[in-house]
Design a protein around this ligand. Sequence first.
Ligand code: AMP
Length: 392
Amino acid sequence: MKIMSINAGSSSLKFSLFDMNTNEVLVSGLFERIGIDGSCYTIKNSEFKIKQEVQLKDHSDAVKILLDKLIELKIINSLEEIDGIGHRVVHGGANYTESVVVTDKVIDDIVKLSDLAPLHNPAHVIGIKAFKEVLPNTPMVVVFDTAFHQTMPKENYLYAVPYSWYEKYGVRKYGFHGTSHRYITKKISEVLGRDDLRIISCHLGQGGSIAAIKNGKCVDTTMGFTPLAGIVMGTRSGDVDPSIIPFVMEKEGLSAGEVVNALNKKSGLLGVSEISSDSRDIENAIKEGNEKASLAQKMFVNSVVKYISQYYVELGGVDVITFTAGIGENSVQTRLEIIEKLAPLGIKMDIEANNVRGEVKCISSKDSSSLVYLVPTDEELMIAMDTLALIK
Ligand code: AMP
């Protein structure tokens, strides 16, 4: 069985083709600058990497080239070999609590939810339609980033704002990165051989979120109505006092949209360090004695520690804390700084075990009150697994 996992953006299309017998990636890649000058694609696997400039007027062009290329490269012999396609969709609102097979109603619902995810949902629909046009008979599934978080109790997903905003406009916490948190939950449950776990899942990448999970279900998470809320991120501020917005609008003569844009794109590690949103650059600048980089790192670590402590209490203790995504999987130093601050909870790191990157590994010490694990995430595989399960 071969399943393709797709993440369509407004001018990009990311893909991975899986052999579901082995969960192996046969080929993956990216089409970029679709509909813009200078469009190109990259296709790679362990044996080759092809990068080619090509005119891509729309997503259908990208899909056609992708499928032709798969045959030309002998990854597949015919299009019938692709058994299903799974599409990542950022926003599924409150009603989509799990992945579903694509129907016209599902597409309509994703379009309707564009209000809540204007940069993402319309682009996903373009991607779905492009595949539908080229492969009309291949079953397709959508996997929502929000779905995993829809088990949060009402007291955790509501904001203490006028209730009518929730009723009229759906103003509430939705949570994101759900596919990653769900993959981590599945993986760590397999590794520990138990489902009855209290997990704090830390997805620390360019965007970052933490989820509190009990018996496989999400109880709370840090991202909110949008992915702007929660911990400090690469370029996102995380939680701020909303009164800052009208204050800065007046001081700088900006619109609300411009201030929110700055909170999304010019804040976080980048905003405070004034150097970079990339944690590797921050770590290098700290070594050179840069104080703002050091401050940005401390604020990042504190924001993560604050939520881990909160979720520790919310879950009534924790069995395992997991780290994943770019920073969580690779930054030995950041993991160490976070775990050192959790000493009052009896959580301790095995410094030597922590000297690891990108593999499933226990990194807590034997006398730690909770386990700490490094678990590389694989959202594409999770999407492919959901697709396989739904089309079978
Ligand atoms: P992601 O969004 O999951 O791709 O993660 C991107 C983030 O991971 C960036 O901030 C990178 O700096 C960070 N990252 C990747 N590799 C490393 C590394 N070796 N050490 C520290 N941070 C890393």
